[in-house]
Design a protein around this ligand. Structure first.
Ligand SMILES: Nc1ncnc2c1ncn2[C@@H]1O[C@H](COP(=O)(O)OP(=O)(O)O)[C@@H](O)[C@H]1O
Ligand SMILES: N[C@@H](CC(=O)OP(=O)(O)O)C(=O)O
Length: 452
């Protein structure tokens, strides 16, 4: 069985839902279809939650009315029969009456916040499943809240999904298409929770891992993972093949097309992940698997809003104890470190989550000298095949960056990644310069020298 995930942009319009129906039924194969909320809905629900948190009930009610109006007009175009429309109407009435009921719950806590954002996926999947039934498709809805669970550290419990989902599917052997919600899950208290923004990709891969799917397909609005950020760089192109490691680096370092955690369960169970374009289904897309191609530099991505911390040893500690002490502080505050560079007496790191920055700095100061932190930093990550015996790769990268100030460089930790830390204001210039030097210039040269 395959698992296909359609993101917000792919379900955001009634006609897109119509094309998805054709796509998922065309090959006649059984599949699990994971849907996100309609594009814009999760942001709208978060905004309603914000209004409620700040006790602005009138503003929240107005936002709810606007969102409701959007769904009302959506279902008018989604269904073609009166019975179908009546089902769609009943679904939105039920979910919006729940959303409206949250206005009366005081105080509006994290529990309600999680419940409200889950409504996006609950709406899209029920509406779509009713549409499939209207069209005579043999479909069933799988409630993700029955089989997706995170533990106290917010980590998905794959064993739970394997057991629960296996049992549910065992009862539905006569069904062809299974629809389920991306993003949402339960936490150990049994409450509604989620896998963080963009988490529907992660759901698809967790389900793929749990049932050891033949393949996980992530359908979006672009023809695969591009070699650079298409929102910032003009001449980008899709990459046909990536290894799990390369894809994981790109997703983690900012390639928005994929949620950073998506690769882990798929890789663990050896399930290939394919990125496909809903608007252009015939396009090859990107296949993420074990196989590698021999291109050296494959892609570039950037991760923003990082904080750089510069730590110097006061030499009061033995050199071999210093790094351990430093990292214990980050561990204590559950703050992952993205990038590290070291000299004999200093270590510089970047962090993404600066929630505990003050406390971290205070603890580090007890045994180290600190410089002022730098905010608004960006990691530019160059991904590819950089085995240790290859020459000239770093030179090419640094040559492209010759007019951009670099604060940190990391090379050699993995054979797939060179990372550079720059100020966020140089990001667009850096991505474009690297694109020119590492792809356009290179490909032109190759063509010139291989011409007959
Ligand atoms: N390297 C990249 N390759 C492809 N798309 C990228 C890349 N970096 C950023 N993107 C952006 O990711 C978008 C798709 O991701 P997303 O909006 O999360 O899709 P969905 O709503 O389907 O989940 C694309 O429209 C594209 O602008
Ligand atoms: N709806 C959620 C989950 C998600 O993955 O959405 P998308 O597939 O559109 O990125 C969000 O906006 O975060």
């Amino acid at each position: 069985m395959q698992v296909w995930k359609f993101g917000g942009t792919s379900v955001g319009k009634p006609e897109r839902m119509h094309s998805i129906k054709n796509l998922i039924t065309e090959d006649g194969n059984r599949k699990i279809v994971v849907l996100s909320a309609l594009s814009g809905t999760t942001n709208a629900l978060i905004a309603i939650g914000e209004s409620l948190k700040s006790h602005n009930d009138a503003e929240a009610t107005q936002k709810i009315n606007e969102l409701y109006a959007h769904y009302e007009s959506f279902i008018k175009e989604l269904y073609s029969t009166e019975a179908g429309y009546a089902e769609g109407k009943a679904i939105i009435e039920k979910e919006f009456s729940f959303i409206r009921s949250l206005v009366n719950i005081k105080p509006f806590s994290v529990k309600q916040e999680k419940e409200i954002v889950a409504e996006g996926e609950l709406l899209s999947t029920q509406m779509f499943e009713a549409y499939l039934r209207e069209e005579g498709v043999n479909a069933a809805l799988l409630p993700a809240l029955d089989f997706m669970l995170i533990d106290a550290d917010n980590e998905p419990v794959l064993k739970f999904t394997e057991e629960k989902l296996g049992a549910i599917l065992g009862q539905l052997t006569n069904k062809q298409i299974f629809i389920t919600q991306g993003f949402i899950c339960r936490n150990p208290r049994g409450e509604v929770d989620n896998l963080k923004r963009g988490g529907s990709d992660y759901t698809a891969s967790l389900i793929g891992g749990a049932i050891v799917a033949e393949e996980v397909q992530i359908w979006t609005d672009i023809d695969g993972m591009h070699n650079n950020d298409p929102r910032i760089v003009k001449k980008t192109f899709p990459i046909r093949e990536l290894t799990f490691e390369e894809a994981a680096e790109l997703a983690y370092f900012g390639a928005k097309i994929l949620h950073p955690s998506t690769i882990t369960p798929a890789k663990m169970k050896g399930v290939p992940v394919r990125l496909k374009n809903t608007m252009e289904p015939a396009a090859y897309g990107t296949l993420i698997a074990d196989k590698t191609t021999d291109r050296e530099i494959k892609a570039i991505a950037a991760k923003d809003n990082l904080t750089a911390i510069y730590i110097h040893s006061t030499r009061m500690l033995n050199a071999y104890g210093f790094l351990r002490k430093v990292f214990e502080v980050f561990e204590k505050y559950k703050t992952p470190v993205d990038m590290i560079t070291t000299s004999e007496v200093s270590v510089s790191v970047t962090i993404d989550n600066d929630e505990h920055l003050d406390k971290i700095m205070a603890e580090l100061k007890q045994f180290a000298d600190l410089e002022e932190c730098d905010k608004d930093q960006t990691i530019v990550c160059i991904v590819g095949n950089f085995s240790a015996d290859k020459e000239g790769i770093a030179l090419k990268v640094l040559d492209a960056m010759k007019s951009i100030p670099i604060r940190m460089i990391s090379y050699g930790a993995s054979e797939h990644n060179i990372s550079l830390l720059i100020h966020g204001k140089h990001k667009a210039a850096a991505l474009n310069a690297l694109n020119e030097r590492c792809f356009l210039y290179e490909d032109t040269m190759k063509e010139i020298f291989s011409a007959p």
